[in-house]
Design a protein around this ligand. Sequence first.
Ligand code: URA
Length: 265
Amino acid sequence: MEQGLDFHTALALLDWQVELGADEAITDAPINRYDVVPEPAPIAAPAPLPTFTPGAPPPLAEGPDPVEHATTLAAHAQTLEDLRDAIAAFDLCDLKKGARNLVFADGTPRARVMILGEAPGRDEDMEGRPFVGRAGQLLDRMLAAIGLSRTSPDPETAVYITNVLPWRPPQNRDPTDDEIAMMLPFVKRQIALAAPDILVLMGNTPCAAILGRRGILRLRGQWQQSLGLPVLPMTHPAYLLRTPQAKREAWADLLSLKARLTAPK
Ligand code: URA
């Protein structure tokens, strides 16, 4: 005959279990853990193996290379309007996300003089046109002093103006080398499509982009040859606003530009 536990023994056993930490009844019947077969963990589907074609470059782990992608888009542009659309569709430069407007160009395509600046500032970002702030107004006065204007329809006296970067960098910080490199294919195509006779580089960023050199205070006023064009580095008008004593040298550079334009071809 089965003998039940008396009250005091049962209570002592219970106390002992509580002391061991078993202070909660989970199921009515006890579970023998040695009998429980653990459920197998679901097996994750194996990652597909990369396909490999002999002779082909290995597939890229990341997204498209920005410089390659820009080069392809730029090469397809047959007109400046195409190029503007291609830049607007280019999503690999993060500056685009923080900019209000794309700043493409101003002035007259096919003007004899093309001016390449650095990047839009606050005013340019708001208006969507290059060189419209204080530096731009000084640029207009400098150009007027040698008979050039961005509003002239005549290629002889007109200018075509753009920047290395079409989007404003946050807080007007300097463009990074990566940003310059990825936008350079578009800039080169823009120069080819605008077809100027002379390219003026305003400041360090365009010198870095087109000549692969910085040091505008040494480069300024020294004619170079690049992309099949005579190229004149000049100090940026924003620098001239901060450093009025440098205007004298800028005037000499403007006269040098004027002399090139009026020299017999
Ligand atoms: N500075 C530049 O280089 N470009 C502009 O468009 C305005 C200021």
